[in-house]
Design a protein around this ligand. Structure first.
Ligand code: PHB
Length: 402
């Protein structure tokens, strides 16, 4: 790991150098995360980019994208990486279920490590947010599985003719079959050179579907009580820990719900997530990443928002004792620095900022504006299947002048 003092000393001899911002300085105290020393607390969140063309295998353009961002990020978490060959709402999500993907990711992890950043794979299973006609899903020959046969409202599979919405999934008979997939994903992630894994427990995907009583109506030991609904996520974490060790496993959750038709009444929400977080804490994981409420992740159904808005730091921070507490959801650099300075959180994940700026952490460090405008036409890939086309709006956003 590079020492922060090396570039600082070098810069003092550089003429016309940019000076560092005192406002964001708290973000640049290194952070110990298990065995890893993060150079700063400006973290890169998982971001769907839909660019693992031709299909699900990380390619050289993906390597370049992560390499650029590894020059300044404290920690990189990959885009949602599928543990099973399931379709996604957007095509060309990468996976971690076969040898080609492991080889593709190894190039990414090598490039990121050369730039001095650690990288975790975000392990993802969509559950009911997949579609039976998505090519990858079809290729599995299996139905769309979820805790219960309850469809999410909404959805728009843009690459399937007619842009259909979500379907009623098939209730998984034995959830341990899905837990096995996560364990294999972690084994593959380790082979691919990742420093650790983040379980995607947020945004209405499989783990969240088990937690939420509106998508989980099971009457066996995987549904009903808070403990039963938490069982799936906790058992997945135990398996990931068995592969990586507890200090290399993190989890992302989004208690406010909204996205993908998630949300329980407030009392049930805080009871569920308080229990889940307390049990995660007992497992001794490296970090818990709690997304706060984000309006853009809260679509309306029948004229109503679906979320249960509450202050996640206020509600849950006291439950996180040994794990590092990370937050995310549209923070500015100043706001993030204040949260770290006040001791409320250990670090902050940024999402949108990293899409359009390869050098977010460095911009914060030197007080440079995040002034690249997003091109919404290319955020999630275009002309699927053409590698050259994938570069646009992906690896061509410029860094600032320093
Ligand atoms: C998306 O692709 O829309 C997406 C994926 C993962 C998330 C949120 C959104 O956690």
């Amino acid at each position: 790991m590079l020492s922060r003092s090396v570039p600082t000393i070098a810069l003092t001899f550089t003429r016309n150098m940019s000076s560092k911002s005192t406002i964001t300085a708290p973000l640049f105290d290194p952070l110990q995360l298990g065995p890893l020393t993060l150079r700063n607390r400006v973290l890169m969140a998982a971001l769907t980019r839909s660019r693992s063309v031709p299909t699900s295998v990380p390619n050289d353009v993906n390597v370049e994208y992560y390499r650029q961002r590894a020059q300044s990020a404290g920690l990189i978490v990959t885009e949602g990486t599928l543990v099973a060959q399931q379709g996604t709402e957007w095509p060309h999500a990468p996976g971690l279920w076969n040898k080609e993907q492991v080889a593709g990711w190894k190039k990414v992890t090598d490039a990121v490590h050369k730039e001095g950043a650690p990288i975790f794979a975000q392990l993802w299973h969509l559950g009911r947010a997949s579609h039976p006609d998505a090519p990858e899903q079809k290729a599995t020959g299996q139905p769309v599985y979820a805790p219960s046969a309850i469809a999410a409202r909404g959805g728009k599979f843009r690459f399937i003719p007619g842009e259909p919405g979500y379907v009623t999934p098939t209730e998984i008979d034995d959830p341990t079959k899905l837990i096995d997939l996560f364990e294999q994903g972690a084994i593959n992630a380790k082979q691919a050179g990742f420093d650790g894994v983040e379980l995607h427990g947020a945004n209405g995907y499989l783990v969240h579907q088990f937690l939420d009583s509106t998508s989980n109506k099971r009457t066996d030991s995987w549904g009903g009580s808070v403990a039963n609904r938490s069982r799936f996520g906790l058992q997945v974490l135990e398996r990931l820990i068995s592969v990586f060790g507890k200090d290399r496993v993190g989890i992302k959750i989004s208690p406010c719900g909204g996205y993908n038709d998630m949300g329980m009444p407030l009392k049930e929400t805080t009871e569920t997530f308080s229990y889940f977080i307390s049990e995660i804490e007992k497992l001794g994981v490296a970090y818990i990443n709690i997304s706060r409420y984000v309006p853009a992740m809260d679509p309306e159904f029948d004229g109503k928002k679906r979320s249960t808005q509450h202050d996640v730091i206020e509600t849950y921070a006291h439950l996180v004792k040994n794990a590092k507490l990370f937050v995310g959801g549209g923070y500015t650099g100043e706001e993030a620095a204040a949260a770290v300075k006040d001791g409320k959180v250990d670090g902050v994940f940024f999402g949108m900022a990293w899409l359009t700026h390869p050098d977010v952490a460095k911009r914060f460090e030197y007080g440079k504006a995040l002034d690249n405008k997003p091109d919404f036409m290319t955020l999630y890939g275009k002309n699927y299947g053409m590698l050259e086309e994938q570069k646009k709006g992906y690896v061509d956003y410029p860094a600032a002048q320093y």
